[in-house]
Design a protein around this ligand. Structure first.
Ligand SMILES: NC(=O)c1ccc[n+]([C@@H]2O[C@H](COP(=O)([O-])OP(=O)(O)OC[C@H]3O[C@@H](n4cnc5c(N)ncnc54)[C@H](OP(=O)(O)O)[C@@H]3O)[C@@H](O)[C@H]2O)c1
Length: 312
């Protein structure tokens, strides 16, 4: 039987555990605060930010939201970050990516105070992660690591193929998994668009993580029996194209109303035939990413206030 890894349930457990840490902080007079900054009118970015704010509200984190006109000068964003860096009620800062083209993304990442860098993308925090001394693990890779742990899949000694080498998922995940530390000790191969014969790599793997942004790129044919599959991909696929042939189910009909369907980077049905465990999309990595943002905010609040908190 293939285990369908329930990211919602695992994330709910982490959030429940975080609740204890938040109580410790509030008892000490500290309310953890997370500032989200949105400089975009992209509907997906707006949705992500509002979900993050809702998550904060649900667990007792003070969510501060700043919205900037996407046409505003870049200096406005840099000044906003400076203000948030200086605000003692803000423990974590997240600038929703992507920012408009006229804004220097690298400057944004460097401007956030490293100790408030809830995403873990500041060069200092990237360096610490690579050196095995992570302050904030980036939320999605950390979420993947926690998913594996909760599923009882220890990467130690395993061959892991990470498909995708982005700064936010592929690279930091590969770095986490090679660490000589709990949740690491894997032999990691990182694949990307220039990789020759991707299938030859994935079919050797005990664990495959797909973070590509190409709908259903990884198919069952590319996997070995018993593999663990983690699908990070979230792709909006036009429902009319997807169901141009064949009959529709009830959930398909619901998707039709929205006009799109969320599809991962893995072809779920064929991969499920090979996998011993697999994450669905949605309901796999997504909720974990959100939970780990709360985790980083609570960690940041503990460190900045000097209150000892026990993190899950
Ligand atoms: N669930 C979550 O919480 C969460 C969080 C973050 C991202 N995501 C999703 O995860 C996916 C990846 O996101 P990202 O930000 O990492 O994407 P990204 O920055 O676009 O990077 C995609 C990576 O995939 C590689 N790639 C593209 N086509 C390929 C192919 N045909 N074969 C092999 N590799 C290929 C690219 O290679 P090159 O480097 O050579 O271009 C790149 O390294 C997206 O669907 C995104 O929406 C989900």
């Amino acid at each position: 039987m293939t285990e369908i890894i329930d990211g919602n349930a695992i994330a709910a457990e982490i959030r429940a555990d975080l609740q204890d840490a938040i109580s410790t902080l509030t008892d000490a007079g500290v309310t953890p605060g997370l500032a989200t900054v949105l400089m975009s009118d992209d509907p997906a970015s707006e949705t992500y930010v509002s979900m993050k704010q809702r998550d904060c509200e649900e667990v007792g984190i003070n969510g501060i939201h700043v919205e900037l006109d996407p046409e505003a000068p870049a200096e406005e964003l840099y000044a906003t970050i400076d203000d948030l860096n200086a605000d003692p009620d803000v423990h974590g800062i997240l600038v929703q990516m992507p920012v408009p083209d006229h804004v220097d993304t690298r400057r944004v990442l460097r401007s956030i105070a490293p100790e408030k860098d809830a995403d873990g993308f500041h060069p200092e925090n990237v360096g610490r992660l690579v050196a095995g001394d992570a302050r904030f693990k980036p939320c999605t890779p950390h979420g993947v690591q926690k998913l594996l742990e909760a599923t009882g899949v220890d990467p130690e000694g395993k061959d892991v193929v990470v498909v995708g080498r982005s700064d936010i998922v592929g690279k930091p995940l590969a770095n986490l998994l090679i660490q000589k530390a709990e949740g690491g000790n894997a032999t990691v191969t990182v694949c990307h668009s220039r990789t020759k014969d991707l299938a030859a790599k994935t079919e050797q793997a005990d664990i495959v993580v797909a973070a590509v942004g190409v709908p259903e790129l990884v198919t069952g044919e590319m996997l070995s029996e018993g593999v663990t599959v983690v699908d990070v991909g979230v792709n909006r696929v036009d429902v009319s194209e997807r169901h141009s042939e064949g009959s529709q189910t009830e959930s398909d009909e619901a998707d039709t109303e929205k006009g799109y369907e969320l599809v991962g980077d893995v072809e779920f049905e064929s991969a499920k035939e090979k996998a011993s465990a697999i994450t669905p999309v949605p309901g796999g990595v997504g909720p974990m990413t959100r939970a780990m943002l709360l985790y980083n905010t609570v960690k940041a609040a503990g460190e900045q206030s000097g209150v000892d908190v026990e993190l899950p």
